[in-house]
Design a protein around this ligand. Structure first.
Ligand code: PLP
Length: 391
């Protein structure tokens, strides 16, 4: 059998850092260990029943057995518009300011290809969600990272970016509530961002994947709530986390119409839109009672409290995340993030994600997902305590 060579484009894609973590965890499980896996970002709860029921019903409707309209059904775009109006007081036009996405990841990877030419500059947060890098590579763009430091609340400081870079940059990714740090953004920060973008050629893409998850009574704000945001950028929303629909692959982009039409143009060439049954169920998710979302938020908050209070009680100096379903924990002195993650897996059978996998400035931290029961969280704390490293 012949082996065909992969294209230079594929060969230039970033290596999947976390593939090795998955392998290490599987090996540990295969060796009979009861691993508490806090390393991944896959919601553990099922999709609420009323959404599943809608899909079951919609699957039987022959209209959904046909190709759906290339740019998605109008009722789904309208549902996204109604959701933004109700949740954030943001008004959008369903015809020109909403693009349907196969999940947030698809949109995030497509956008650099929509707006950048090879060699163009894009600003990306470090640490950050690794899939941003995939879109940058596919567009053959030049990535410049913006450090997210604890002393700055894990927000980029625009004043520290070199003026030539700001002048050249065409795109910027932001993400709050943030993966991996759990930080949230203020309206003031978003206002600064709009101001910067107005004075440059930067299009801002705000990844609002964890928009529904905010703690201590603080609802995360949408970038589009900032005055003028629609003039200079878009927001990507996904149903994956809000409604535990990660496997369904559905989301949408909202905001600046030139960017929305660029996304729709690329997608016209790549796909036919999402299965109609999923669009029907997603519309129901967005506009039925949001009690399920409140309950989910409360569940993550109590898991967060169990974890953070537990870790503090055993002497680990940790900080509580304000949003997302991740905690970003400083590793004890003497370990790199990867060494510490390996140590926890080997000695306590707990999997966490080494911070360096999210970028250079992720070194010194590990990311812990709040995606298992309070009981298992408590057990993780007990196992770490028994290692006696925080005395
Ligand atoms: N953005 C961030 C920061 C994420 O953590 C994720 C998923 O983990 C996504 C986007 C993509 O989510 P999805 O493609 O399921 O919508």
């Amino acid at each position: 059998m012949k082996t065909f060579q992969q294209s230079n484009l594929l060969n230039s894609l970033p290596k999947q850092f976390f593939a090795s973590l998955v392998k290490k965890v599987s090996l540990s499980v295969a060796n009979g260990h009861d691993v508490i896996n806090l390393g991944q970002g896959n919601p553990d709860q099922p999709t609420p029943e009323h959404i599943v029921k809608k899909l079951q019903e919609a699957a039987a409707n022959p209209i959904n057995h046909k190709y759906s309209p290339f740019q998605g059904y109008k009722y789904f775009k309208q549902a996204a518009v109604d959701f933004y109006e109700r949740e954030y007081g943001v008004s959008l036009d369903p015809d020109t300011e909403v693009a349907v996405l196969f999940g947030g990841k698809a949109g995030l990877v497509e956008i650099p290809q929509c707006l950048l030419n090879p060699g163009d500059t894009i600003l990306v947060p470090d640490p950050g969600y690794p899939d941003y890098w995939s879109g940058v590579s596919l567009a053959q763009a030049n990535m410049v990272t913006m450090p997210l430091l604890e002393e700055n609340g894990f927000l980029p400081v625009y004043e520290t970016i070199e003026p030539e870079i700001l002048e050249k940059a065409k795109l910027m990714f932001l993400n709050y509530p943030n993966n991996p740090t759990g930080a949230t953004a203020s309206l003031e920060f978003f206002e600064k961002t709009v101001e910067l973008a107005k004075n440059t050629n930067i299009c801002v893409v705000h990844d609002f994947a964890y928009g529904a998850i905010g703690f201590d009574g603080q609802k995360p704000i949408s970038f589009l709530q900032t005055e003028g945001a629609k003039d200079i950028g878009i927001e990507i929303y996904t149903l994956s986390k809000t409604y535990n629909m990660a496997g369904w692959r559905v989301g949408f982009a909202v905001g600046n119409r030139s960017v929305i039409s660029a996304i729709e143009l690329l997608q016209d060439h790549l796909y036919v839109s999402i299965f109609g049954g999923i669009q029907e169920a997603a519309a129901v998710a967005l506009n039925a009672s949001q009690q399920c979302v409140e309950e989910l938020n409360a569940l993550y908050e109590s898991r967060r409290n169990v974890l953070i209070e537990g870790l503090k009680s055993i002497g680990w100096d940790v900080r509580a995340p304000k949003g997302s379903f991740f905690a970003w924990l400083k590793v004890p002195e003497g370990y790199t993030s990867e060494e510490f993650a390996d140590f926890l897996l080997e000695k306590a059978h707990i999997a966490v994600a080494p911070g360096v996998g999210f970028g250079h400035y992720g070194e010194g931290y590990v990311r812990v997902g709040l995606l298992t029961s309070e009981g298992r969280m408590q057990e993780a704390v007990e196992r770490i305590k028994s290692l006696e490293i925080f005395k």
